[in-house]
Design a protein around this ligand. Structure first.
Ligand code: PBG
Length: 328
């Protein structure tokens, strides 16, 4: 038999009991690390399910405020709002995106009024509002126009800021938009409104359930001329460095679990907080496997979110908030 006494280093000693394992635990997941996305829809006391996102619903503003209150009471510090825009309000110019009476600014001010403690983040991108489903304005050849789109994003960010948003979150991937939005916010007296930049946002196949939730469809092309190629990592570091220089307060990597290497590399590069978006497809895959009886969703979500944090993310956008709350 193997001579046990000749083994001075035994890592299992630090795993011997629950108490010891807790003492040496390196990464901790806390509710304050999680950001809950909420889909906002018209009406009152209205909710509708999303077939590819079981357990997640589109909520009218009053129900979204109740949800925000519930989440805050359970330790969640922040929500991210995504509006479902009536197709009749969509257009090629996306003008509804900066309507001060639109559903998103209304949701921001109402939730701020009812749950003033919670931090509200809102997306800045045109895809809920364009008739073609792209994140920016397009010309007749279907090319996405950078500076013209930025003009729209500025208007959109100002409307959200006026409604009381804590962070605007540009998710469009236009070049130079962080600088433009930062200076517009400052000029209008919103120097305390933050920018959470979707810095390394990949052209991923994992966003389809989100597009079902928002009822958007891409009518032509794809998002590869603005979202990043999943093959690239150096480019992600450049994107994040530029956003940081341009004034972003928080940098985001998206999606999360297939991009842990990007999160880890960015952790080495920046002192800014890093957010990661555990996106709709990452949630849907686990929910489907759970429904088939292949795995336990709560445990898989907890392990996934822990690994995202271990890679270096401070904050995680996730649809799985309720699945993991009891495990934290
Ligand atoms: C819109 C936006 C998207 C997501 C967040 N903001 C979709 C997209 O870029 O097509 C995806 C989030 C998710 O899948 O959960 N710019």
């Amino acid at each position: 038999m193997f001579q046990t006494a000749s083994l001075p280093i035994r890592l299992r000693r630090n795993r011997k009991s629950e108490a010891i394992r807790k003492m040496v635990q390196e990464t901790h997941l806390h509710p304050s690390n999680l950001i809950a996305p909420l889909f906002i829809t018209d009406g009152e006391n209205a909710r509708s399910s999303i077939s590819s996102l079981p357990g997640i619903e589109r909520l009218s503003i009053d129900l979204a405020a109740d949800e925000a209150r519930y989440l805050y009471n359970r330790g969640i510090q922040s929500i991210a709002l995504f509006p479902v825009i009536d197709p009749s309000l969509r257009s090629s110019g996306a003008q509804e995106a900066w309507n001060p009476d639109g559903i998103l600014p209304q949701a921001i001010s109402k939730i701020k009024e009812l749950v003033p403690e919670i931090c509200i983040i809102a997306d800045v991108a045109l895809d809920p509002y364009t008739s073609h489903g792209h994140d920016g304005l397009a010309n007749s050849r279907g090319e996405i126009l950078n500076e013209e789109t930025i003009d729209c994003l500025i208007r959109m960010a100002l409307v959200q800021a006026k409604a009381g948003v804590d962070f605007v979150a540009p998710s469009d991937m236009m070049d130079g938009r962080i600088k433009a939005i930062r200076s517009a916010l400052d000029e209008e007296g919103f120097e305390s409104t933050g920018i959470l930049a979707y810095s390394a946002k990949y052209a991923s196949s994992l966003y389809s359930p989100f597009r079902e939730a928002l009822k958007t469809k891409l009518l032509f092309g794809d998002k590869k001329t603005y979202q990043m190629d999943p093959a690239n990592s150096r480019e992600a570091l450049l994107e994040a460095a530029l956003d940081e220089e341009e004034g972003a307060d928080i940098l985001m990597v998206k999606p999360a679990s297939l991009y842990l290497d990007i999160i880890a590399k960015l952790r080495e590069q920046t002192k800014r907080p890093i957010a990661a978006y555990h996106v709709s497809g990452e949630y849907a895959m686990v929910m489907a496997a759970h429904a088939a009886g292949y795995l336990n969703k709560e445990k898989v979500f907890f392990e996934t979110l822990l690994s995202i944090k271990r890679a270096g993310a401070d904050l995680i956008f996730t649809y799985a908030v309720k699945e993991v709350l009891d495990l934290m």
